[in-house]
Design a protein around this ligand. Structure first.
Ligand SMILES: [Zn+2]
Length: 61
């Protein structure tokens, strides 16, 4: 019988937080952008990700 494993702290590099932040912003743009941040380009982004938005259940129309 083995003793329960003690988890060791996993070092998280600082750049990983920046990558996570960028990923969150991109996710927000894809899922919620309706012209507030991207203005005229929002229509293009919306059409590009339209099917993906519906597949994820994001209401858009
Ligand atoms: Zn739609």
């Amino acid at each position: 019988m083995t003793s329960p494993a003690h988890s060791l702290p996993v070092p998280i590099p600082r750049w990983a937080y920046a990558v996570a932040l960028v990923a969150l912003v991109v996710t927000w743009l894809v899922l919620q952008e309706n012209g507030i941040a991207l203005g005229h380009a929002a229509e293009t982004v919306h059409e590009f990700f339209h099917d993906g938005r519906h597949a994820l259940g994001v209401p858009c129309h």
